[in-house]
Write a protein that binds this ligand. Structure first.
Ligand code: CO
Length: 243
């Protein structure tokens, strides 16, 4: 985790972006060129963008649609690179543009195996949490598949230090534009479906605290001390949360 939580020099942000491109072939040459030419020049220090915290109005407004022709511009590609760098530095499994103070409808997701290492096998399987490669979603629409919901602990980089139980649809289908501006549809189940619903909410000015089982809200250390490693049933029972 230490490796993931340190700050990156702009050149290293560029390197990370290139590495991501190597792992995820969907990232295009345009993205690489844009990143190499603009991201380092636009940064004056080695500190990642601060993540906007709850209370700032940018987290409570509807973000604007991104004109498809904007996606391939160096400025937009640099924004995506900054989002990926900030998500990894936090570390988090998703980040929406409003969390960097930019009210545009785009988010990034990535859930590498390293972030799941601290979960017990029970926690991993209950959550249906599996490694998720880096993806960029522009103008996404998330639609539930079926009506089954599952309740788990959730946190947000913009509500730093806290966790709560949140019910989410178990399976969703998302339609979006990728970082080339190409449309795609993706159907996901389990933890990735939760990530998509959480990030999509950010684009509509919604935070998980609007959806949480409010009595379960606590500092993450408190939640971990009381419920860490236990089946989720213990927490659902403690807070009479929906199953
Ligand atoms: Co969030």
């Amino acid at each position: 985790m230490g490796r993931l939580s340190r700050s990156f020099h702009p050149r290293e942000v560029s390197r990370l972006w290139h590495e991501a491109a190597m792992r995820a072939p969907l990232l295009c040459v345009v993205a690489l060129a844009a990143c190499a030419s603009t991201a380092p020049a636009g940064r004056k220090d080695s500190v990642n963008d601060p993540i906007v915290q709850s209370g700032h109005p940018v987290l409570r407004q509807r973000a604007a649609d991104v004109p498809p022709e904007e996606i391939r511009t160096p400025e937009f590609q640099a924004l995506v690179a900054r989002m990926v760098a900030a998500m990894r530095a936090a570390p988090g499994v998703g980040l929406a543009a409003p969390q960097l103070g930019v009210p545009k409808r785009v988010f990034v997701v990535e859930d590498p195996a390293a972030l799941q290492a601290s979960l017990t096998p029970v926690e991993r399987s209950e959550r249906e949490r599996a490694p998720l490669p880096l993806r960029v979603l522009v103008n996404p629409t998330v639609t539930p598949v079926g009506d089954e919901k599952v309740t788990f602990w959730e946190g947000c980089l913009s509500v730093s230090g806290y966790s709560a139980l949140v019910a989410r649809f178990r399976e969703v289908e998302v339609s979006a534009l990728d970082e080339h501006g190409a449309p795609f549809t993706w159907r996901v189940r389990g933890w990735p479906a939760r990530i998509l619903q959480h990030e999509s909410d950010h684009l509509d000015g919604t935070l998980y605290v609007d959806r949480m089982v409010s009595r379960s809200f606590g500092t993450t250390p408190q939640v971990k001390a009381r419920f860490g490693g236990q089946p989720i049933a213990a927490a659902l029972e403690a807070f009479a949360a929906p199953r």
